[in-house]
Design a protein around this ligand. Structure first.
Ligand SMILES: Nc1nc2c(ncn2[C@@H]2O[C@H](COP(=O)(O)OP(=O)(O)O)[C@@H](O)[C@H]2O)c(=O)[nH]1
Ligand SMILES: [Mg+2]
Length: 267
């Protein structure tokens, strides 16, 4: 075995994912991965029991706290386990975990600190079944974000991403929203803190269980995304500086504070 092998951790934020969790898990290349963590956000189905039965490290929020809050628990646990690279993938079997090796390669090569699994690069999102209105909204937000962030990324709203430990230690993600816009904030913070963002193509599937986010929630997410961009611009211009966009020297989230919000179903 090679020495100094990086510790690779997969985190799956899960909410009512009992019907898809096992399939998602089965597609993870386990030979490559040291830990798989499931954080259940107080699902109404038996997601936690299933995750524990699959032998996964399972943390269960005592109450539903939201998708961003779920990721905060995911990253604090991954860092605690000594992760060098963290892959976040939705538990709804929408994204293809067999692409994990391609997703983390640019981090292993020290080319990028954050890699997004893009559904768009191959022009396959619509073919994969993404609804047209989601596609158009995604294009609009992505164009705005690229302009303001000075990036050339094709899909900023994907549910499969990889982060280096450096990124997760120096970006203050614990200051982010507990809602879906957490994902946008991570990207903006990454740019603001000087990290390198890249992307790798990841096919996505669209089916009933793959999407609970309805039109209203999507509109809220879109407006929140524009608001994050506005705050970032005000920060950049020095009009309203924010700690959220400032690199920190070490993680400052409170392990105990986070630990109070979940129970561990250990295996
Ligand atoms: N933690 C948490 N996750 C949620 C909640 N609602 C949805 N999710 C998860 O957020 C992810 C994205 O939602 P999804 O409905 O798949 O949206 P879409 O695929 O982007 O259209 C999925 O993995 C859901 O399981 C929630 O209230 N809490
Ligand atoms: Mg989905």
């Amino acid at each position: 075995m090679e020495k100094n092998k990086p510790t690779i951790v997969v985190v799956m934020p899960a909410y009512n994912a009992a019907r898809t969790l096992e399939r998602t898990y089965q597609d993870i290349p386990l030979d490559l991965v040291d830990h798989v963590i499931v954080v259940d956000d107080a699902s109404h189905d038996d997601t936690p029991a299933l995750a524990a039965r699959l032998g996964l490290r399972t943390l269960v929020h005592r109450r539903n706290m939201g998708y961003g809050a779920n990721q905060k628990t995911c990253y604090s646990e991954a860092l605690r386990l000594g992760a060098d690279i963290v892959i976040m993938v939705h538990a709804d079997h929408q994204y293809d975990p067999t692409r994990i090796p391609a997703l983390i390669q640019p981090i292993l090569d020290d080319r990028y600190d954050m890699v997004l699994g893009t559904r768009i690069a191959d022009g396959q999102a619509l073919k994969g079944g993404m609804p047209l209105w989601k596609f158009i909204a995604n294009r609009f937000l992505t164009t705005m974000e690229n302009l303001i962030l000075g990036q050339r990324l094709t899909d900023l709203h994907t549910g499969m991403r990889a982060y280096s430990r450096e990124f997760l230690v120096h970006v203050p993600w614990w200051l982010n929203s507990d809602d879906f816009v957490f994902d946008t904030e991570m990207i903006v913070q990454g740019v603001a803190c000087g990290f390198r963002l890249g992307e790798v193509s990841v096919p996505a599937r669209y089916f009933d269980e793959a999407s609970s986010v309805n039109f209203r929630v999507s509109v809220r997410y879109g407006l929140q995304t524009l608001n994050v961009l506005r705050r970032y611009l005000l920060h950049r211009l020095g009009i309203a500086p924010r700690d959220q966009f400032r690199r920190v020297e070490a993680t400052r989230w409170s392990q105990t504070e986070l630990a109070e919000r979940y129970d561990v179903y250990n295996t």
